[in-house]
Design a protein around this ligand. Structure first.
Ligand code: HGY
Ligand code: MN
Ligand code: MN
Length: 420
């Protein structure tokens, strides 16, 4: 029996059913579909993915960094590999598609290869990367950073706002911090990484495109600022005698908006602000804010950082409030592999899908992996461009189209890539 070319996924409904199942493994005390890394829901979710990988015929395990890894062994001698996957952790109050689509589609790709008796020459490695979303220690993409050697002992010593150490949190969910540090993969054997993901923005829908081919992924500069002023009576302390840490934080929040708004590709967001004490009749003694800048332009990111540092100093000094700016692990902009973009473009064409090329303002494990392994990303449209919210939605037919492009890209790469 000859195999159809291009091939299409064997059981689209099974792929949809896997996504529906993942959406039931959530923290029901939080709105939306919430499965944050370091929580029980995420542990249960990753074990479910491991079992599902095994059912699909993969040699599956959870590595020392919490990544769920499944291997479909290739036919050629040696151990060159192609890798695909994404993440199943979510932001708080997130949606059902961010990350999950790339993992569920990879499972269906494997089942389809089996159903059609297609044997790849390369090993196919499917990964559900641990903790892609930024956690409360200010670090994202933990699993992909560990695999590529971009995580340090200092990262594990970071503390959250309550003073809890990241390493201790990992231990609590049975991830040994020293195993995490040594969970590097041999990237020289992996010839390609391809990640399928939802766009999370409005571009593909506006273009009427079925598929997005990512050209590059944003750079990110994250930070945390601690302000320390003085607690005073809210009614008796004249305005010019206050050391209001809350106002210094508020001025810095506005500076983030102002700096990013001055550049068309700049993005600046404050994600968290806390005031202590949180009482309406006390001048705020201390405040903390967490935020980030994003841009495809590394120079702009550096300049934005310098400008923000000055703004923080100014907002603190004008109120005699101490300000401490702490830069968190950042990401450089990452280019996708030109040859692989052409392969995904060709496969989308052969499937009769309308495609656009675009830059990703969202962060992905692919940006980390691309530092070591030639990488491509395939996007599918997001309804109204919404993401990181419960309204996030991508139609089944678009997910199935994306899975078809992923499937044929893997088959073609397996055929065309040098094998050594
Ligand atoms: O934050 C991001 O851009 C990604 O969705 N984790
Ligand atoms: Mn996300
Ligand atoms: Mn994601």
């Amino acid at each position: 029996m000859s195999v159809r070319d291009p091939l299409t996924i064997a059981d689209p409904e099974q792929l949809t059913a896997d996504l529906v199942h993942l959406s039931t493994i959530v923290d029901s005390t939080v709105p939306g579909w919430t499965r944050q890394a370091l929580t029980e829901a995420d542990v249960v979710g990753r074990h479910w993915v491991r079992a599902r990988m095994a059912e699909a015929g993969l040699d599956a395990h959870i590595d020392g960094a919490g990544n769920v890894i499944g291997v479909l062994h290739g036919t050629a001698p040696g151990n060159s590999a192609i890798m695909t996957g994404s993440h199943t952790d979510t932001v708080e109050g997130g949606g059902r598609y961010d990350g999950n689509v790339g993992v569920a589609a990879a499972l269906e790709v494997v089942r389809t290869l089996h159903t059609n008796n297609v044997r790849l020459r390369h090993d196919l490695i499917v990964v559900d990367f641990f903790s892609e979303e930024p956690n409360r220690f200010g670090i994202s993409c933990i699993g992909s950073r560990a695999l590529t050697g971009f995580i340090t002992p200092e990262d594990l010593d970071r503390v959250d706002s309550d003073g809890v150490r990241f390493a201790d949190e990992l231990t609590r969910i049975d991830i040994d911090p020293s195993a995490l540090l040594s969970s590097r993969m041999d990237s020289s054997r992996i010839k390609a990484f391809v990640e399928l993901h939802i766009e999370q923005g409005p571009y593909l829908e506006e273009q009427g495109s079925d598929i997005g081919l990512v050209t590059s992924i944003t750079g990110i500069k994250r930070f945390r600022v601690a302000f320390r002023g003085r607690p005073d009576h809210a009614g008796t302390t004249p305005m010019n005698r206050r050391h209001d840490a809350g106002c210094a934080a508020a001025g810095s929040v506005l500076a983030i908006e102002q700096i990013a708004s001055a550049n068309v590709d700049g993005r600046g967001t404050t994600g968290l602000v806390t005031f202590t004490p949180d009482a309406v009749n006390i001048v705020t003694e201390s405040a903390e804010l967490w935020g980030e800048f994003r841009s495809p332009d590394l120079r702009w990111l550096d300049d934005a950082g310098t400008e923000f540092h000055s703004a923080v100093q100014r907002e603190g000094a004008s109120r005699s409030v101490e300000a401490q700016l702490d830069w968190l692990p950042s990401e450089q902009p990452a280019g996708m592999d030109d040859r692989f973009i052409e392969v995904t473009a060709r496969e989308a064409d052969r499937l009769g899908l309308k495609q656009s090329r675009l830059y990703s303002g969202a962060e992905h494990d692919a940006a980390i992996i691309a530092k070591k392994i030639p990488t491509a990303m395939i996007f599918v449209p997001s309804k109204d461009g919404r993401s990181h919210c419960p309204d996030e939605f991508t139609a089944d037919k678009d997910i199935h189209s994306g899975a078809n492009v992923l499937l044929n890209t893997i088959i073609t790469l397996d055929r065309e890539l040098d094998f050594d």
